[in-house]
Write a protein that binds this ligand. Structure first.
Ligand code: PMP
Length: 443
């Protein structure tokens, strides 16, 4: 490549400098600042299908897809049409519309454990509300979360563990009250003994366990066989609720979410991203007997001016229908995206062998992820192991080498990747060619 990083991203850099004057850190969500890969963030101008274009006119195959929502790719005609039609009828009423019931029914049909759904406007609201509900329902206060699992930025969830098997939570950010954090018990992902010990000590005080069914905010870590089942058994035995946070995995790991993929039935499910078709939506959902605790059916208060927003509902309905409904005997667009994801992940596995770059590659449904390992043969099953075994510096080199070759992957080693139904075999072939070169460049 002859262009320098500076030339290639000149306009992005100008815009970043201007943004930093008026927006803290120049971004409205920290990961967008590209701290994980060094350098200055890329500003995007437009997206079509599997591709995005930045403000300097560079084109990329997009494996971030707005961090997951765009299951049909950018600007899918069905989503555009649905949003446009609704926009002409009204963008928000602050009153019920038929669309909310329609999207709720689609969700209920796709996710077997769900009987009722409450829509909110983000994944953070979904997890925050689900935990309030679990506390209201069980009349208990403690919650259990896993180190390296991200569930949005609500106070009680911005907590990770210190050292030791069981750690009483310490705030992960200034501004989170110590008292709030102290009710969050944390343990390493996949640590069956640790979570069993937490229940032995605190079982009667625990309202809920919240878990990512694929730990995709620390890379791509899958639950070891039996881990999620143990959580199900411990919560049931102790009168606590199991909350599976499918904000990222919902409608991606499988049509019914990762809970269906792994065969574990939660009491509550958190949703976001795909459910809004690219517009801001989240939801918490579950068994009717529990959901009836939510106001006005029950006493637990939770509300939102823009909750169930008609534009977002219309986009979500169009997204789910288009992705999962197909005439008898034809593959759905979702299944097509799953097949491409498999092709990509298999290709990356082969390249790891061919180039001798040690990787841990994972893929389920339309999601994938890979770690650059410091040495071959090690396996990352938890955040502690990710910190120990992952070569983050190598990922930065890889990331920028991929950008130069027209492929945009997550600007951090500790994030998952996503495909859409718009990604075709040419995209995969181009991506694997770029990967081969970038793996060699990053050696
Ligand atoms: N839960 C999970 C598993 C997530 O991945 C995220 C966001 N990446 C959230 C919750 C928070 O969602 P949001 O960013 O929409 O608030």
């Amino acid at each position: 490549m002859t262009t320098t990083t500076t030339d290639r991203y000149a306009r992005s850099k100008e815009l970043f400098a201007a943004a930093q004057e008026v927006i803290p850190g120049g971004v409205n969500s920290p990961v967008r600042a590209f701290r994980g890969v060094g350098g200055s963030p890329i500003f995007f101008a437009r997206g079509t299908g599997s591709h995005v274009e930045d403000v300097d006119g560079n084109n990329y195959i997009d494996y971030v897809l707005s961090w997951g929502p765009l299951l049909l790719g950018h600007s899918h005609p069905a989503v555009i049409q649905a949003v446009n039609e609704q926009l002409t009828r009204g963008s928000s009423f602050g009153a019920p519309t038929e669309l909310e019931t329609e999207l709720a029914k689609l969700v209920i049909n796709l996710i077997p454990s769900v009987e009722q759904v409450r829509f909110v406007s983000s994944g953070t609201e979904a997890t925050m509300s689900a935990l309030r509900l679990a506390r209201a329902y069980t009349k208990r206060e403690k919650i259990v979360k896993f180190v390296g699992c991200y569930h949005g930025h609500a106070d009680m969830l911005l907590v990770q563990a210190g050292s030791g098997v069981i750690t009483l939570g310490l705030p992960d950010s200034p501004g989170v009250p110590a008292a709030t954090a102290s009710d969050t018990l944390t343990v390493e992902y996949n640590d069956v003994a640790g979570v069993t010990e937490i229940f032995r000590q605190y079982g009667e005080q625990i309202a809920a366990v919240i878990v990512e069914p694929i730990a995709a905010n620390m890379g791509f870590v899958v639950p070891e066989p039996g881990f999620l089942q143990t959580l199900r058994e411990l919560t049931t035995a102790n009168g606590a609720l199991l909350i599976i946070d499918e904000v990222m995995t919902g409608f991606r790991a499988a049509p019914g979410g990762a809970q269906v993929h792994w065969g574990v039935e939660p009491d509550l499910t958190c949703l976001g991203k795909v459910i809004g078709g690219g517009l801001p939506v989240g939801a918490y959902a579950g068994k009717k007997a529990i959901m009836q605790t939510v106001a006005p059916a029950g006493p637990m208060y939770q509300a939102g001016t823009l909750s169930g927003n008609p534009l977002a509902m219309a986009a979500g309905i169009a997204m789910l229908r288009t992705a999962f409904e197909a005439p008898e005997g034809e593959t759905t667009l979702f299944e097509r995206a799953v097949a491409r994801t498999q092709n990509l992940a298999d290709g990356i596995r082969s390249l790891s062998e061919e180039t001798g770059v040690p990787l841990q590659v994972g893929n389920i449904g339309t999601m994938f992820g890979f770690y650059f390992l410091k040495e071959p043969g090690v396996k990352v099953r938890s955040y502690a192991e990710a910190k120990e075994y992952v070569d983050a510096a190598r990922y930065s080199k890889f990331f920028w080498a991929m950008c130069e070759r027209g492929v945009y992957m997550a600007p951090s080693q500790f994030e998952a990747g996503f495909l859409s139904s718009a990604h075709d075999s040419v995209d995969i072939a181009v991506t694997l060619t770029a990967c081969r070169e970038a793996f060699l460049a990053a050696r």
